[in-house]
Write a protein that binds this ligand. Structure first.
Ligand code: SAM
Length: 274
């Protein structure tokens, strides 16, 4: 790993605010999450839903570097997007990306997502979160409270789109741990292989070595995330079955509940009302 990536890695640790923050700098983000098949798969799915639903206004909860908000703002120029993230230092990162792409339909602000939905009387017609629902900490009542608030504040027919990594549904904790370990070993390999091919920009031995290095870096990040998932430390994943059950009990209609790959990522699209 080069000096600047190492520097970023240590800045990331210092900057940590309640979520694994390998997304803190644009450089690290591009080396890891942005090149993975699973992140791109979720982004593609959300963009597809936006094309089909055609909302006028959208809200992203937990925008990270702003990559998804900027992609959606660019692909759907008639939609206005507000995006919030708990970390104030991500606001300039998002704004810079929007400026580089000359986007005037996306705004970034700092805010806690639970406070934001509680304090705003009306939410826009399409609210989405990508790799963020699992950051709402245990106990699970907090997630239920969040869903309930969204239901109360979304317009009738409005949508909440939860694109995330989910845990398998198992009868007990031991089986869950074993299935998670199995799934995560595939995810780690998927991190390596997808990032290798995204990073490969030449076939010289140096370029191949650089792509391998990027792949190994991503693999390591994913391994660390997997450890946190198993310990339920800072990563509070649920199963899609649990989410759907809660959402239906609150009166949401489950429009879509589909995987985007075999390594745990799915999209659950909920509509307020029938
Ligand atoms: C995996 S990143 C999100 C990636 C981003 N959605 C994307 O598509 O590129 C998780 C983000 O959620 C944010 N986050 C975690 N808890 C939050 C909260 N309670 N309120 C707002 N943002 C939160 C973190 O600061 C972090 O930037």
């Amino acid at each position: 790993m080069n000096q600047s990536a190492l520097k970023n890695q240590s800045a990331i640790k210092n900057d940590y605010q309640g979520t694994p923050s390998f997304y803190n700098s644009q450089e690290v983000f591009e080396r890891f999450l942005a090149g993975t098949s699973y992140y791109l798969g979720l982004q593609n799915a959300v963009s597809r839903l936006v094309s089909l639903i055609k909302p006028k206004n959208m809200l992203e909860l937990g925008f990270g570097t702003g990559a998804t908000a900027c992609r959606l703002a660019s692909e759907h120029p008639h939609v206005r997007i507000d995006a919030i993230d708990a970390r104030a230092n991500m606001v300039p990162t998002g704004e810079e990306q929007a400026q580089l792409r000359q986007l005037d339909n996306v705004r970034f602000a700092q805010g806690d997502l639970l406070d934001y939905v509680a304090e705003n009387n009306h939410l826009p017609d399409f609210v989405y979160m990508l790799y963020v629902f699992h950051h709402i900490p245990d106990p699970s009542d907090k997630k239920i409270e969040f869903l309930k608030t969204c239901r109360d504040k979304l317009p009738a027919g409005g949508h909440l789109c939860i694109a995330d990594v989910f845990i398998p549904e198992t009868p007990n904790k031991t089986e869950l741990e074993s299935r998670l370990l199995q799934n995560w070993s595939m995810r780690v390999m998927e991190a390596y292989s997808s990032v290798f091919w995204t990073a490969l920009d030449d076939v010289s031995p140096e370029a191949v070595a650089r792509a391998q290095q990027a792949g190994r870096y991503s693999m390591k990040q994913e391994q660390e995330a997997g450890d946190l998932v198993i310990r339920r430390e800072k990563e509070y994943m649920v199963s899609t079955a649990w989410l759907v059950e809660q959402a239906e009990a609150l009166g949401f209609t489950v429009v879509v509940n589909e995987p985007v790959n075999t390594v745990g990522d799915s999209v659950v699209l909920l509509r307020n009302g029938s």
